[in-house]
Design a protein around this ligand. Structure first.
Ligand code: DNO
Length: 351
């Protein structure tokens, strides 16, 4: 496995110089942030980003994310042009040496939380999700969630949601299939591995369909275009927010099939209803057995990219919710420690 770390570009309070000092981190996960969704990323912009990252001694092989335009998810006539642009972005990324592209297919909302700073007993703060709070939101009155994407003006959001009124689960699946049939052949030829991120949290919200939530959804997704370029970002925290998802079994099945290209490792404390909050990465701190998850990757001979996912805010750090330096760095070191322990124990068992 290759340990990586997400970096939000020059505006990120966490610097590349900071990241370089985390033991065992070899690469950066990032994106081009200033090109409107739907337009092709120019090769020169990608090249510059790569040069900046490499000048800090770090590799740049993973994109998170190339966002999918809402018209593609809605299946509008404009989608063919947008899919062609997306495909060209993939060719440009491949030309610059990128290997994996993470994306998601969640209508309108990416990850959603009801609190960005839930206080934990040790004084740290973490992201949290309360099912009741979300279920009670009346979308006609607008959305007032912390961290909510303010790039939509209220009128635009209303219009967009109205368009989704006709999109049920099966229509969304059909639109995802159409998208994949357009881009996966291009990705395969260019040597890019696509890695869909599961829905976070893995449940429909605000009446919008969500289709990448559990084992059967992941299997269905891979079958849509059954080739290695059509793969997964397996996010333990997103899928783990449904207590019925067995993350170890998912890793065994899908890494075993060579279809996990990117692993997000995060722990969450979750209840049966689906309320959860994020925790430190350590198994004892949340509901997921991180050691068993890392072992499953090790035993599947996982050679893809891993990154520590959201951290808490600790030691007085402020910054991008979930994406501070300190707790994610602890996460990276913890995961590396688990990996080394498992690798050494398995070598001893063989000798
Ligand atoms: C949240 C992230 C997601 C993820 C996208 C992938 O912190 O895991 O925003 O990057 O869903 O497209």
């Amino acid at each position: 496995m290759k340990m990586t770390f997400r970096w939000y570009g020059d505006k990120d309070p966490v610097t590349l110089a900071n990241i370089r000092q985390i033991p065992g981190v070899v690469g950066i996960v990032s994106a081009v942030y200033d090109i409107p969704v739907g337009e092709t990323w120019p090769i020169e912009t990608i090249r510059q980003l790569k040069a900046t990252i490499e000048s800090h001694g770090l590799a740049f092989e993973v994109i998170e994310s190339v966002p999918v335009h809402e018209d593609i998810k809605l299946g509008k006539p404009t989608r063919d042009r947008l899919i062609a642009n997306y495909a060209q972005t993939l060719r440009n990324l491949a030309a610059c040496g990128l290997k994996v592209v993470c994306y998601n297919f969640m209508p309108v909302f990416d990850w959603t939380r009801t609190s960005l700073e839930m206080k934990l007993p040790d004084g740290s703060t973490a992201l949290a999700f309360d099912v009741d709070v979300v279920d009670k939101i009346d979308l006609s009155k607008g959305i007032d969630l912390p961290g909510w994407d303010t790039s939509y003006k209220p009128g635009e959001l209303k219009a967009l949601l109205a368009e989704y009124a006709t999109i049920d689960t099966e229509t969304l699946w059909a639109n995802l299939a159409y998208f994949l049939k357009g881009i996966i052949p291009v990705a395969s030829e260019a040597g890019i591995k696509m890695a869909i991120h599961p829905d976070d949290p893995p449940r429909p919200i605000f009446g919008l369909p969500r289709i990448v939530k559990n084992r059967d959804d992941l299997a269905r997704l891979l079958d849509l275009v059954d080739t290695p370029a059509n793969g997964l970002t397996l996010c333990s925290g997103s899928l783990g927010a449904d207590a019925h998802n067995d993350i170890v079994a998912l890793v065994r099945e899908f890494a075993g099939r060579g279809r996990i290209h990117f692993a997000h490792l995060r722990n969450v404390k979750v209840n049966e209803r689906g309320d959860f909050h994020e925790t430190a990465h350590r198994s004892a701190d949340g509901s997921l057995d991180m050691a068993a998850i890392v072992r499953a990757y090790f035993e599947a001979n996982f050679e893809g990219y891993i990154r520590p996912d959201h951290g808490r805010m600790i030691w007085g750090e402020t910054g991008k919710p979930g994406y501070g330096l300190y707790d994610r760095a602890l996460g990276a070191v913890y995961i590396n420690g688990l990996w080394e322990g498992i690798a050494k124990a398995s070598k001893e068992a063989l000798s």
